[in-house]
Design a protein around this ligand. Structure first.
Ligand SMILES: C[S@@+](CC[C@H](N)C(=O)[O-])C[C@H]1O[C@@H](n2cnc3c(N)ncnc32)[C@H](O)[C@@H]1O
Length: 198
């Protein structure tokens, strides 16, 4: 989806439905994040921080990265209002510039579907992970009800696994964890979580 769409919707992004869905995602990601108190996490395409700001107690630091300044402004206001001391924001688009940073964990929640070149962004995320670092992706399963010129209509587990492994990831696990009504462009859909190791 066009970046300017997210800039325009930033101040009204946190609807009840999105907050509910983010809770479901954060609870699932929490189960992947046991015993990571010393680790750094990058939330790529963080939006307003609905998911990763629920995870700040589980990791050492969180960097919320987004290509929409307006979404990050909302996230930054939450960080300061809630007194979260280990979270920062970074305005960047790794499909346009090569990131100069490293992290132990990269999380991508409902972002991959908005990025046209899946392999390129996964390569960039691979490059910023420390050795044995972990990429966690949450996104929609492939859904034939969706047809939009700028949004992937979800991902098949096999197709995504192939790309992740081509990029260099190991130990790739993908599972569907949630089915919901009207959650993907107003269509019923299911979400998967994937975990891959560098
Ligand atoms: C549907 S929102 C998801 C926000 C958050 N991760 C969540 O689960 O609530 C997608 C976010 O991805 C960001 N985004 C889209 N393309 C991006 C890119 N190429 N680089 C960084 N962020 C991107 C958008 O600005 C938006 O904030």
């Amino acid at each position: 989806m066009e970046n300017k769409v997210f800039q325009q919707m930033a101040s009204r992004y946190d609807t009840e439905d999105r907050i509910e869905l983010a809770k479901v995602i954060a609870n699932e990601v929490k189960q992947e994040l046991q015993k990571n108190a010393t680790k750094s996490l990058i939330d790529y395409g963080s939006g307003t921080g609905l998911v990763s700001l629920e995870l700040s107690d589980l990791v050492n630091s969180i960097l919320l990265v987004d290509s929409s300044k307006q979404m990050l402004d909302v996230a930054e206001a939450k960080i300061s209002r809630r007194g979260i001391r280990n979270a920062k924001v970074l305005y960047s688009d790794f499909t346009q510039e090569t990131p100069q940073m490293k992290a132990d964990i990269v999380l991508m929640s409902l972002v991959l579907l908005h990025i046209p070149d899946t392999e390129k962004i996964l390569q960039q995320l691979f490059s910023i992970l420390n050795e044995s670092g972990e990429l966690i992706i949450v996104d929609f399963d492939k859904n034939d009800q969706i047809d939009h010129p700028r949004v992937h209509n979800g991902f098949s587990h096999e197709g995504l696994k192939d790309i992740l492994s081509k990029v260099g990831f190991d130990s790739i696990e993908i599972k569907t964890f949630y089915h919901g009504e009207g959650i993907f462009m107003k269509q019923d859909a299911s979400m998967f979580i994937s975990r891959s190791i560098k």
